[in-house]
Every structure is written in structure tokens, then in C-alpha cells.
Design a protein around this ligand. Sequence first.
Ligand code: AMP
Ligand code: MG
Length: 300
Amino acid sequence: MGVPFRITLYAPDEPSAKAAAEAAFERIALLNAVFSDYDPDSELSRLSRSSGQGRAVPVSRELWRVLEAAQALAEQTEGAFDVTCGPFVNVWRQARRKGELPAEALLAEMKLRVGWRKMRLDPAAQTVELTVEEMRLDCGALAKGCAVDAALALLKARGIASALVAGSGDLAASGPPPGQPGWKIEVATLDGPGAPQPQVVLLRENAIATSGDAFQRLEIGGRRYSHIVDPRTGLGLTDHSLVSVLAPDCGTADRLATAVSVLGPERGLVFIEQTPGTAVRIVRQPGEKVEVLTSRDWPR
Ligand code: AMP
Ligand code: MG
């Protein structure tokens, strides 16, 4: 998944703490072997290679659950969130390496390979068919959150009641540290005039994920292009923003944060307010000044 994971936990003694953390890291490594789009042998990469062959491929329970959640969100966001966006993401990765924008003809060619309706899921058989040649699935927007949830669930099953698991900017917590109301998390923000004070939220049996272009972006001709693409146009986002979502679990927080980034602030806020148990904070910099928008249930 290309990011470091970190686990903080309370246990009765050091050996049991270490053993539990090691087991959780092993679980994360197993999921990496399912979801990695860097590893050509991952289950996801193998599934991508079946595209256009007219075959419905049986997938593991882990991959099934992630792809099912991805398709539901693609439908709800009318394709703003789309795990079939791999061909576009690859084009933008190359663009970043070369330092030049992708050719329109190349984007047009990739467009034929992208679209959530080109992936068919059969719930009864738990099979996946990629109906067009050269499709590439990319679970970068939700796999980290799912791995965080899986690690936390494993710790719980081993009797660890108080833990924080982080995969880069995606975090989930079980019970709070002893004697405290929650795990204190500082929400990422942007620098610049009008930038808000850093905000601390308390995590406890919930999760937060942040999406945005603060850490990964391409700058050409004074415009910044994010690593998040709009699958409907193939273009890297140019709205400079950080989107943090609170949700009951980290898989949900992760995919919603990416979805809101693509939907943009107006539609994104409405979408989150219609999604029970979730809240969002959007920090953006449309011009010189930094703006902050929060949904109704965001903690104050
Ligand atoms: P995140 O950091 O969770 O927002 O995920 C960003 C990653 O998701 C990118 O690096 C891509 O691998 C992938 N991605 C980019 N655009 C989209 C999109 N519109 N829908 C789903 N995944 C995307
Ligand atoms: Mg995400």
C-alpha cells in the first residue's frame, strides 16, 4: 500500500503488547498482498490482468468486501469515486515523473478503460468481471482504511481494548488510553493566510481519514495537479484541499474522504450530511486565503 503503518496500544505487559502488535502487522502485510497495485503478484493485480477476457473471477472475501463497498460508493457519487481509475492514475504518475501534462489523446485512450460500470460484481458467486481490455483497478483510496480496521479488529480479538492504528493519515481507535477520554489526534491543515489553528479531535471507537494534495502533487505552469483524479474527465484535481472525514470505521472514513475531494466542497458537504454517523472538515485554498468548511456534526 506504499505507506508506513503505526500501532500504539496498551497491554498488561510488554511481551503481550509486542506479540499483539506483531500479529496485527502480519495481518496488514497479508492485506498488502491482496490490495497492492505496486506488486504485480497481488490479488488485485492478477484480477486486473483478467480484464477483457470475458471471465468472471472468484475473489477472496477481503477483496470482495472492498470492491462491493467501492461500487456502492461509485453509484452514490455518480462515478466521482471509482476504483477502475487505475489507467488515469498511472498516466498522472508518469506525468509527475516527466514533469509534463499528459497528452489529450492518451487520456482519451485511457478513458475507454475506465468506468465503474465496466466492472461487474456477482454477489451470489462472489466473482468479478472486468468487461473491457486493459482495465486496472486501484484501491489506493480505500485499502489503507480497511487494513487499519482489520488490524484493530485483530487486536480486539486478542483482548487489547485500547489501541490506535494509523496507516499514514488514516487512523482508527478502539478504547481510549487509560484514564483519558480519547486518543488526541491533530487534524491536518494547510499553511497560509487565514489558516485555522490546528484542531485536535478525540478518537474513541471511531476513525478519521484525510485526503488531499498536500503531500503528493504535480505542478505545471503554476497549476497544481493532485494524485486524485476525476474519473469522469481523467484530469488530476486542481482544487488545493485537505478533506478529513470522521466515521465509525476507517474503511468508510478513507473512501469518503477521497470521494468528497472529487465531489468538491458543495456537493461533498451535502453528501456527508446525508451519510449517517459521518462528519467532514474541508480546508481549501482556492486563492490566497485558506478557507475551512465543516459539516453539521463535525466536533467544535
Ligand atoms: P486517498 O489518499 O485515500 O485519497 O487515495 C488517493 C488514491 O486513490 C490515489 O493515489 C489513487 O491511487 C486513488 N484514486 C485517485 N482518484 C480516485 C478516484 N476518483 N476514486 C477512487 N480512487 C482514486
Ligand atoms: Mg481515501
